[in-house]
Design a protein around this ligand. Structure first.
Ligand code: UDP
Length: 279
C-alpha cells in the first residue's frame, strides 16, 4: 500500500507554466458536444461527448408508475438509472448495478425531482436512463447534463434545465472538469449541478479535501462552467426544434395552380337589337 501511495504522489499533473497534462489551463473545460433527439423509441433522448466521455440519455414519461405500490397520488416519481457499460473503461467493469451506480442514480433523481413539475402528474413516473458508453471521469456530470436535454426533448415540464460540472484540486491548484488521471491522482473532486436560471444548487458532492477558500474557488469555476454547458444544452435543443423557411416550404403542400385568366367579355349588342324574337 505504501508503495502505491508513493507512485501516486510521483505522477506529474501540471507543468511549470500551469498547463495540465492535456494542455488545458485550470479554468478550461474539455471539448463538449451535445445532440438532442438521437433515439427514436424514447420520448426524449440526448447524446453527449465530453472530453473522453460518451454518454447516452433516454427519457420515458410521465407514464404510469410501476410497481403500483410506488405510485404517489400527489406527484410523479422521478427515477433515474445510471449505468456504466462493461466496455466503458479499460479495466473490466463488472456488468450491473454496484454501490457507486446506485449512489449516482439516487443523487441524479433527487436533482431532477427539484426541477420537474411533478405535482402536475400524480401516480406517474418519469424514467431517466443514463448509459455511459465510454468513461473518462466526470460521467455523473455528463450524464446529468445529457439527461436534462433528454427531459426537455421529451417535453417534460421543468422549471429550467439542469447543468452540471465538477471542479477539483490537482497539485494544490483548483481546476475545473478533471479528467481520469487528474481524478485518480489529484487531491479532490467536487461535482455539482445548478439550475442556471435561479442559481439553485441541486447536486453537490465532494471526494477529497478542500479548504474553505479552495471550495469557494471550485464553486466559482463550476458555476461558470455550468453556464457554458447550459448554452450548449440550449443550442442542442434549438438545433432540434428550430424551423427554417426552407423546412416550411419543404413540408407545406404544393400551391394550387393559378386561376385561369379571365375570358374576354362578349361584345355588347347594338341598342335596337332585342334578341332573336324581339319584344
Ligand atoms: N471508473 C472506472 N471503473 C469504475 C468506476 C469508475 O474506471 O468501476 C473511472 C471512470 O473513468 C470514471 C472515473 O473513474 O469516470 C471517476 O469515477 P467517479 O466515481 O469519480 O465518477 P465520475 O467522475 O465519473 O462522475
Amino acid at each position: 500500500m505504501e508503495d502505491i501511495e508513493h507512485i501516486e504522489k510521483k505522477v506529474k499533473l501540471m507543468d511549470a507554466s500551469g498547463r495540465r497534462l492535456d494542455g488545458r489551463k485550470s479554468d478550461e473545460l474539455r471539448p463538449i458536444r451535445v445532440e438532442a433527439g438521437v433515439l427514436r423509441r424514447a420520448d426524449g433522448s440526448a447524446y453527449m461527448e465530453w472530453g473522453g466521455n460518451r454518454v447516452l440519455a433516454a427519457v420515458y414519461g410521465p407514464r404510469e408508475a410501476h410497481p403500483r405500490h410506488l405510485q404517489d397520488p400527489a406527484r410523479a416519481l422521478v427515477q433515474c438509472r445510471y449505468n456504466m457499460a462493461p466496455f466503458s473503461v479499460s479495466d473490466r467493469k463488472r456488468p450491473g448495478p454496484d454501490r457507486r451506480s446506485v449512489e449516482i442514480s439516487k443523487v441524479i433523481s433527487e436533482a431532477f425531482s427539484s426541477v420537474v413539475f411533478a405535482e402536475q402528474f400524480p401516480r406517474t413516473s418519469v424514467d431517466i436512463f443514463i448509459e455511459v458508453l465510454q468513461a473518462d471521469a466526470g460521467t455523473r456530470c455528463a450524464g446529468l447534463s445529457a439527461a436534462s436535454v433528454a427531459l426537455a426533448d421529451a417535453g417534460v415540464p421543468m422549471r429550467d434545465l439542469v447543468a452540471s460540472c465538477a471542479s477539483g484540486k490537482i497539485e494544490g491548484v483548483v481546476c475545473v472538469d478533471l479528467n481520469k488521471d487528474e481524478d485518480n491522482f489529484g487531491d479532490a473532486d467536487c461535482p455539482m449541478a445548478i439550475v442556471p436560471r435561479t442559481g439553485e444548487i441541486v447536486l453537490l458532492q465532494m471526494d477529497g479535501h478542500l479548504t474553505y477558500d479552495e471550495f469557494q474557488k471550485a464553486m466559482d469555476l463550476s458555476i461558470g462552467a455550468a453556464h457554458r454547458i447550459y448554452e450548449l444544452q440550449r443550442d442542442a435543443l434549438r438545433r432540434r426544434y428550430s424551423v427554417t423557411l426552407e423546412d416550411i416550404l419543404k413540408e407545406s403542400p404544393p400551391l394550387p395552380p393559378p386561376p385561369p385568366s379571365e375570358e374576354p367579355l362578349p361584345p355588347i349588342p347594338p341598342e335596337d337589337d332585342f334578341g332573336p324574337e324581339g319584344i
